[in-house]
Design a binder for this molecule. Structure first.
Ligand SMILES: Nc1ncnc2c1ncn2[C@@H]1O[C@H](COP(=O)(O)OP(=O)(O)OP(=O)(O)O)[C@@H](O)[C@H]1O
Ligand SMILES: N[C@@H](CCO)C(=O)O
Length: 342
């Protein structure tokens, strides 16, 4: 395999704090939370995998009210430094859910982000999962994270479980909601119209084996595509013929990932979301066309704009035939689920 590669920012050792604690009145809680790639072509809103690329976040509680937020790395010039910061907002949600006596407590947060935002690498799911794990660490110090609880709450916040499941459980995950609801928003509105909590038993996931011959490569462009914009262009219905082809592709992807990488080209075809999102990310759509023409199984990662190639060394050799100059190319490897140190 010979794609142009750039070194990833090496993660620090698990368990080492991001920065020395400055909080007063509480010990520091630290999490490492991974990037994820959802959809994988035909698995819209239900398939996702975890990448070996991590945000590291620590928090401590101080006496009084308010927040102090320090961000380095991705988003250091753009991310909010107030209560609207997604990790902070989610910590408070977790504290309330877990019956902490003071969910409005003062919070000091340090984040070192490596996951590019609004590029289809699950940055929002990572921030939500980080917030839930940190909230758990504050409210339940020393207890192992209840990952099923985290998945249910993350799904309610994010609306779909396909990034949250691998961010929490690692590897590749198939995830879904009970009943005929496609999204958490449906579950909420069907329930009563109010924002009720999704019951933990309403969100499901299964681990999918990944054939050791398969490797991921990500091609990250400069263009940002907010997930909300990418979901706004989705049609309400698709032709039956396309739905039939999608079923085959999605089924084939599950078995190709686990045991039959030779079928990954056919298994990564999609008729449900990528065609409708092309105009939002023309460079990425063009790169996918080039890569697939060279025999590389390539898809839009999540809602875009990153391109994900998933293949064997032989399949990935085709990357050399594509023009990747406008993309940062990383051979990342597969990751594990969120790590909490409380
Ligand atoms: N580390 C972070 N800290 C705080 N907020 C974050 C962080 N990462 C993401 N966010 C919030 O989430 C937004 C990006 O979420 P969005 O759903 O658009 O993209 P994504 O999650 O990166 O992509 P995808 O869902 O397609 O994988 C950012 O604009 C920011 O508001
Ligand atoms: N399944 C989601 C992933 C991004 O959050 C989508 O494609 O919109």
């Amino acid at each position: 395999m010979s794609p142009e590669t750039a070194p990833m920012d090496a993660p620090s050792q698990a368990g080492s704090p991001v920065v020395p604690g400055r909080g007063t009145g509480s010990h520091e809680v630290t999490v490492r939370v991974p990037a994820t790639s959802a959809n994988l072509g035909p698995g819209y809103d239900c398939l996702g995998l975890c990448l070996d690329l991590w945000d590291e976040v620590s928090v401590s509680v101080f006496d009084g009210r308010g927040v102090e937020i320090d961000v380095t790395g991705e988003g250091e010039h753009t991310i909010a430094r107030d209560e609207s910061h997604l990790v902070i907002a989610t910590i408070r949600r977790a504290l309330a859910d877990l019956g902490h006596p003071d969910p409005r407590c003062g919070l000091m947060l340090h984040a070192h982000n490596r996951i590019a935002q609004s590029r289809g690498l699950g940055s929002s799911a990572a921030a939500i999962v980080a917030g839930l794990a940190l909230g758990w660490g504050i409210a339940r110090p020393g207890q192992p994270l209840d990952r099923d609880w985290a998945l249910a709450v993350a799904t309610q916040i994010e609306g779909h479980p396909d990034n949250a499941a691998p961010a929490i459980f690692g590897g590749a995950q198939l995830s879904w909601l009970d009943g005929d609801s496609a999204s958490a928003a449906d579950v909420i509105s069907h329930a009563s119209g109010a924002r009720e909590s999704i019951s933990v038993s309403a969100v499901h996931h299964v681990d999918l084996e990944i054939d050791p011959r398969i490797h991921p490569v990500v091609f990250v462009p400069q263009r940002r595509v907010p997930t909300s914009a990418a979901r706004a262009v989705m049609p309400h219905s698709v032709p039956h013929d396309d739905a039939v082809r999608q079923v085959l592709s999605a089924c084939l992807l599950v078995t190709s990932l686990s045991h039959h990488p030779e079928h990954l080209m056919a298994a990564t075809q999609d008729w449900l979301h990528q065609p409708f999102r092309r105009d939002l990310m023309p460079e990425s759509a063009d790169l996918i066309d080039q890569l697939r023409a060279c025999g590389v199984p390539a898809v839009i990662s999540g809602a875009g704009s990153t391109v994900l190639a998933l293949g064997t060394t032989d399949q990935l050799a085709g990357v050399a035939g594509a023009d990747t100059r406008d993309f940062a190319v990383h051979q990342v490897g597969f990751g594990a689920g969120v790590q909490l140190h409380a």
